[in-house]
Design a protein. Structure first.
Length: 469
């Protein structure tokens, strides 16, 4: 029997005899009868391999993706260029197929990758310690809550409404298990309402959660928000966009004790939603409470440089149910792609990419604001993403733009009812000035059509020279 051949009746009989069971139904006897289907599955006739391939290919062709559409989607996942070197290295078998490096003597390559990744994230965030990655951004936020509760002995979590909605949802879910209370603070002018946040802080507040830039693209005053949290004896957790840290002050320089984030922009494609990875770094005092794996540098008996997994006593492969975290919540292969991407960019490249994003986003923001029926949702500074209001039903507008081959942005009303007319637009280095002009023209036509007007010709209006990319 091969993996392409089904088990025969005699194969099944031999297996049942080997385990001492009379029939397959006996294997499911513990499942109540009313939960069982009680009939064969309603499946179509089988296909040959070539027929199956053609059918799946036809289904795949129905998907639109960033290589077939002009993509201005963001909201945490971004259409960046992924250099060929990322695939060339991550697809090598020694990185693609190994298991968790429990045996350092045979896992030096993987452990070194983890160590280099931690170093890069630590330098980006200006915080001394980082782990070797987690599942993704939202679970990293929730893990930070667990750390904060343990470090402070408090159980109140104050959360900015500017934090990614998925992170807020994850935090609420985890908080039930932590026995913690989540208090949400609103936005004012696109930014976390500082007065409301200060009023929400009390003696039982474990941590303040903010995002920078926040979900609306606005650059927060991290130092002021962290200062308010510190005055209340609470920690500050900042979810940050790694690719903006070439132009923004890193969280560690703003008084933030814990920085987390979504790693997809670092060498990851959109891939219809994943996979990605999360990063997590903190001040030295929180080293032993941090989640996930940490690779450490050491020397062997001959004085040669080597790498090991450090602080393993908190992990489930040693302490089982007493563990504080599951070591398998790392996306090591994706994190490898992240550190390759950062090495490809280099320190200067991170800065230059951040500057390019800021310039093109400034052009896009001013260009779209000139379209009839569009206005800025807020005036706060932005780097790679911004929010606008549109004088048309957002979903209908998005459908019209999609018909023109443009994914125009993310409808804010899905997560923010107060911004039902809001659209979040993201810019990456793959979006040229001509692409942005095309988006502006498509939005103008879509808004006019939605309002019963007709635009025969839209003349490109060039913003001032200082915001041209």
């Amino acid at each position: 029997m091969t993996r392409y051949t089904s088990a025969t009746d005699s194969d099944r009989r031999a297996m049942l005899d080997a385990i001492g069971v009379g029939s397959i139904d006996e294997l499911f006897a513990e499942i109540p009868a009313d939960l069982r289907l009680g009939r064969p599955l309603d499946l179509p006739p089988g296909l040959s391999e070539t027929e199956c391939f053609d059918h799946l290919a036809s289904l795949a062709e129905r998907n639109a993706h960033a290589d077939t559409e002009l993509c201005f989607l963001g909201a945490g996942m971004y259409d960046h260029y992924v250099p060929a070197i990322v695939d060339a290295i991550t697809q090598r078998s020694e990185f693609l197929t190994p298991y968790t490096p429990y045996q350092p003597e045979v896992s030096q390559g993987g452990l070194q990758v983890m160590f280099e990744f931690q170093t890069a994230i630590s330098e980006l965030c200006a915080l001394p310690v980082a782990n070797a990655s987690l599942y993704e951004g939202p679970s990293s936020v929730a893990s930070a809550a667990y750390l904060a509760i343990g470090a402070t002995g408090r159980r109140r979590l104050v959360v900015s409404r500017g934090l990614h909605p998925h992170s807020r949802e994850t935090l609420v879910t985890y908080a039930r298990g932590f026995g913690a209370e989540v208090v949400e603070v609103g936005l004012e002018g696109g930014l976390t309402d500082a007065a409301e946040l200060s009023a929400a802080l009390d003696a039982d507040t474990a941590a303040v959660f903010v995002q920078n830039p926040n979900f609306l693209g606005a650059v927060e005053d991290l130092e002021a928000l962290a200062g308010a949290a510190k005055d209340a004896g609470a920690l500050t957790v900042a979810a940050v966009d790694a690719l903006t840290l070439g132009v923004l002050r890193p969280p560690g320089e703003c008084g933030v004790e814990i920085a987390v984030g979504e790693g997809q922009p670092l060498g990851g494609r959109l891939d219809f939603g994943g996979p990605s990875f999360g990063f997590f770094c903190a001040t030295q005092e929180h080293l032993r409470r941090m989640p996930g794996r940490i690779a450490g540098e050491t020397v062997d008996a001959d004085g040669r440089r080597g790498f090991v997994l450090a602080l393993q006593t908190r992990e489930q492969h040693i302490r089982r149910e007493k563990a504080t975290h599951n070591i398998c919540t790392s996306q090591a292969l994706n994190a490898l792609g992240g550190v390759i991407y950062l090495a490809w960019l280099g320190k200067r490249g991170v800065v230059e990419l951040g500057e390019l994003l800021a310039q093109r986003t400034a052009y896009a923001r001013q260009r779209l604001a000139q379209v009839d029926g569009v206005e800025l949702l807020h005036e706060a500074p932005v780097v790679r993403e911004f929010a606008i209001r549109v004088d048309a039903p957002v979903e209908a507008l998005l459908d019209r733009c999609a018909a023109d081959g443009i994914a125009a942005g993310y409808g804010l009303g899905r997560e923010y009812p107060e911004f039902g007319d809001g659209l979040l637009v993201a810019i990456t280095e793959r979006r040229s000035r001509a692409d942005i002009d095309r988006l502006a023209d498509a939005l103008e036509r879509a808004i006019a059509a939605a309002n019963g007007a007709f635009v025969a010709h839209s003349e490109t209006k060039a913003p001032s020279a200082e915001v041209r990319a």
